[in-house]
Design a protein around this ligand. Structure first.
Ligand code: URP
Ligand code: ZN
Ligand code: ZN
Length: 465
């Protein structure tokens, strides 16, 4: 089947340009002004709309367990929400069961993700580490899972020590893997949590006060130095503070292969949300935590100035009912994470492009091109070009959208951005040529996502700085 997207303003990393796009089957066949096609070709009129490359969210936790708690979205609801919000590819974290090898973990997650409705890949979490595990890395690479994730926090659940990090990164770097790291100093944070609880400081805001930005920056610095010694490219996930950002900026300036991701929650929410009454603050418990508001402008400067490379959602949704119940005991029991997968693209467009913090092309870079390059999917994904997958977002910048539980597709009993009005309405989302979402609703076929067999991620991004 052919589809013509007519009269749109096509945005790529090179900038916006008026053009038509012809899709043939699953890929882009032609791009140019006033393309001539037979009348029978399905046409979408994109006049006065932007056409962006489909969003790529490389940080999702669908069908995921945090200790004994399960996220409220599985691959069906989470992927429909993603598509409705402009995301056409995801990389989800695995969650290896005790006794499984890394490769068995991947095989299990490939099976679990079969109902997914957008294209999907996996970062393999390495916890509970022993040296024999890294023997599986070549098999993972062969299977197209070319990134791993290490945690420097959550002791007893996911955390690995510095020696393990060094060992894993050495092998990962040699094989062309991207190592993703959760950078927070878990040892010190656990002591601070204990101090707060002993004093009776149990409200949700103490979650943030237990995890100071200095301990995020310290861990980021440590990860950067270990990765550099190990010869491994490093991707620091969910950067929340100006202090951690500064570590990345310095490392990049020194030519180190370090990349940074931030998330919409750190750009649009802040520590005061944790102070909402009646345990409502528990909705906003995530790690690293929401920071003082002034950090937001610094993160935006990092995005505009290229110290930060991507936006990930860190969609890790748990019901308010459950968060509230546990918050009544103390903040340390509240499952970590915020539902963001559906709102992220619109929020970043609104605060970024609409409020003139970043250009249209930078928006396309951070939401699509850069994640595709860093995680071995480019140029099949991440760009509007002949031969690339027809993953496209058509956005009408003149209309506004209200974020609310009443309209959301994701399966959480609250919306973290309830009542927020954002400029820009996503009219259509196409994934490999199929219209999968229209006006905020998923309309695609079921179980349509494909596993993304990714190339080794050899940090192929060009640097302008
Ligand atoms: O609060 C968060 N971010 N929960 C999900 C696990 C993680 O740290 O990414
Ligand atoms: Zn994390
Ligand atoms: Zn996460």
């Amino acid at each position: 089947m052919q589809t013509l997207i007519r009269n749109g303003i096509v945005v790529t990393e090179a900038g916006p340009a008026a053009a038509d796009i012809l899709i043939d089957g699953e890929t882009i066949a032609a791009i140019g002004p006033e393309l001539v096609v037979p009348e029978s070709v399905r046409t979408i009129n994109a006049a006065d709309c932007y056409v962006f490359p489909g969003g790529i969210d490389v940080h999702t936790h669908l069908d995921w367990n945090f200790a004994d708690k399960k996220t409220s979205d599985d691959f069906v609801t989470g992927s429909k929400a993603a598509a409705a919000g402009g995301i056409t590819s995801i990389i989800n974290f695995t969650n290896r069961r005790a006794g499984q090898s890394l490769y068995e973990d991947l095989l299990e997650w490939q099976e679990r993700a079969k109902p997914c409705n957008v294209d999907y890949g996996f970062h393999i979490i390495i916890n509970d580490y022993n040296d024999s595990m890294i023997a599986d890395l070549p098999k993972l690479r062969e299977a197209g899972a070319t990134s791993i994730k290490l945690f420097m926090a959550y002791k007893g659940v996911f955390m690995v020590d510095d020696g393990a990090m060094y060992n894993i990164m050495k092998e990962a770097g040699r094989l062309g893997f991207m190592t993703c790291v959760h950078a927070e100093n878990g040892e010190v944070i656990d002591r601070i949590i204990k101090e707060h609880l002993e004093r009776g400081d149990v409200d949700p805001v103490y979650h943030s006060l237990s995890r100071p930005p200095e301990m995020e920056a310290e861990a980021a610095h440590r990860a950067i130095e270990i990765a550099d010694l190990a010869g491994a490219p490093l991707y620091i996930v969910h950067v929340s503070s100006a202090a951690a950002l500064e570590e990345i900026r310095i490392a990049k300036a020194a030519g180190k292969k370090v990349y940074g991701e931030t998330c919409p929650q750190y750009l649009a929410l802040d520590i005061t949300d944790l102070q909402r009454p009646d345990y409502e603050g528990s909705k906003y418990v995530c790690s690293p935590p929401l920071r003082e508001k002034w950090n937001q402008e610094r993160l935006w400067s990092g995005i505009a100035g290229e110290a930060l490379d991507t936006i990930g959602s860190d969609h890790s949704p748990f019901s308010f009912e459950e968060k509230k119940r546990l918050a009544a005991i103390d903040f340390s029991r509240i499952p970590n994470g915020v539902p963001v997968i559906e709102e992220q693209y619109g929020i970043v467009y609104h605060h970024g492009v609409q409020e003139k913090r970043i250009s249209l092309e930078r928006f396309a870079e951070i939401t699509s091109t850069n994640p595709a390059k860093l995680f071995g999917m480019y140029p099949r994904k991440g760009v509007i070009a002949v031969g690339s997958d027809a993953d496209l977002v058509i956005m009408d910048p003149s209309r506004t959208r209200l974020l609310s539980r009443a309209y959301q597709q994701h399966n959480t009993d609250y919306n973290a951005f309830e009542g927020k009005e954002i400029q820009g309405v996503i009219r259509h989302v196409l994934s490999r040529g199929e219209i999968v979402a229209q006006d905020g609703k998923y309309i695609g076929s079921e179980r349509r996502g494909q596993y993304l067999h990714r190339k080794p991620a050899n940090a192929i991004m060009g640097r302008k700085q």
